[in-house]
Design a protein around this ligand. Structure first.
Ligand code: AMP
Ligand code: TRP
Length: 341
């Protein structure tokens, strides 16, 4: 079972996803989506998913999740994913994810779920607001492992914050295979060389995250107008002193700008540091570089958003293709654990 291929492409099977929990950000783009479009869909047999079931792990407004799911799918096409080259779909359209997630819950332990950094951080935030932590927030990595393992995935292109979850998916694949016989391919995360963790412009010690509505000034959204992007970058918090140096621990604000600039222009952050004498010039160049990188995405998004019939059609075809890729492996896993599948 371990090595089935669906589309017959020569490269590795790639799977990744994005949650419809907020408007997508520059972090999503530089950390993950740009590589999906520029590299992964050309190299291999790639599958990209709007992981809407994951969006239900925290308090949510149904109408907003619906709207953001379509927007995320539209943006995946706007960044350049080509439905002729790769599979684009919505997680809840393919039952195999939830079906396999249960087997992953039966493979993972309570302890390893509770150790996940993202769970601890998100649970602490929910609790601090006086809310209740949904059980699905704890079991989230089991669903994510199911997403990955259902497709025989070899590579998972993600930002640094997801490396621990992919590591857990690896552990679960190995454990399942040892217990029940070879069923799953053991995946690995692939991270970008620069900008694997884009930081909030107003608080460069925390990740630029799309669902932090209170800090919108520190978040560049993919659909922000150029003037809004400029304003946000020019107002980025920098650090004490004035020499431009790449020192992420001591000068996280400047290091973040250098990483973003490097990611947008193809340079490297240390090298770029040497060519700036002031924070002001660095901010100006970074702002312009971000505006230029986002320009084509905004333009394509506008064209695609005007044609919802097209996007819906892509998602329908994508779900059908995804289902046929995932089904045999999930059936095999059901049989392997002793179910009369
Ligand atoms: P999410 O927004 O959590 O659904 O993330 C979708 C993808 O974007 C994942 O691969 C994340 O690792 C990546 N990502 C999200 N935020 C950032 C960030 N600030 N820097 C780099 N990558 C990110
Ligand atoms: N948990 C990921 C995030 O928050 C999203 C995700 C869900 C994902 N399933 C996945 C990413 C499978 C890669 C592969 O970013």
């Amino acid at each position: 079972m371990v090595s089935t291929r669906a589309m017959g492409a020569a490269g590795p099977r790639v799977f990744s996803g994005v949650q419809p929990t907020g408007h997508l950000t520059l972090g999503n783009y530089l950390g993950a989506m740009r590589r999906w479009a520029e590299v992964d869909q050309h190299r291999g047999d790639a599958v990209f998913c709007v992981v809407d079931l994951h969006a239900l792990t925290v308090e949510h407004d149904p109408a907003r999740v619906r709207r953001l799911s379509r927007q995320a799918a539209t943006l995946m096409l706007a960044v350049g994913l080509d439905p002729q080259r790769c599979t684009v779909f919505v997680q809840s359209h393919v039952d195999e994810h939830a079906r396999l997630s249960y087997l992953m819950e039966c493979t993972a332990t309570d302890g390893e779920m509770r150790r996940m950094i993202q769970y601890r951080e998100k649970a602490a935030r929910v609790t601090a607001r006086g809310g209740s932590v949904r059980l699905s927030l704890l079991t989230y990595p089991a669903l994510m492992a199911a997403d990955i393992l259902a497709y025989g995935t070899q590579e998972v292109p993600v930002g640094a914050d997801q490396a621990q979850h992919v590591e857990l998916a690896r552990d679960l694949a190995v454990r399942f295979n040892q217990r029940y016989g070879p069923t799953f391919v053991v995946p690995k995360a692939t991270l970008p060389g620069v900008a694997a963790r884009v930081m909030d412009l107003q608080d460069p010690t925390s990740k630029m995250g799309k669902s932090e509505q209170t800090r919108a000034a520190g978040i560049v959204y993919l659909l922000d107008e150029p003037d809004v992007v400029r304003k946000k970058v020019l107002r980025a918090v920098t650090d004490g002193g004035s020499a431009v140096a790449y020192e992420p621990a001591e000068r996280p604000g400047v290091a973040n700008l250098l990483s973003v600039l490097a990611a947008c222009t193809g340079g490297d952050p240390e090298g770029l540091a040497g060519s700036y004498g002031s924070y002001g010039a660095l901010k100006e160049d970074t702002a312009e570089a971000v505006v230029e990188v986002l320009r084509p995405v905004r333009e394509r998004h506008a064209a695609l958003a005007a044609d919802t019939g097209y996007v819906d059609g892509v998602l329908r075809d994508g779900a059908e293709r995804a289902r046929s890729m995932a089904r045999p492996r999930v059936d095999a896993a059901y049989r392997a654990v002793g179910l009369l599948a």
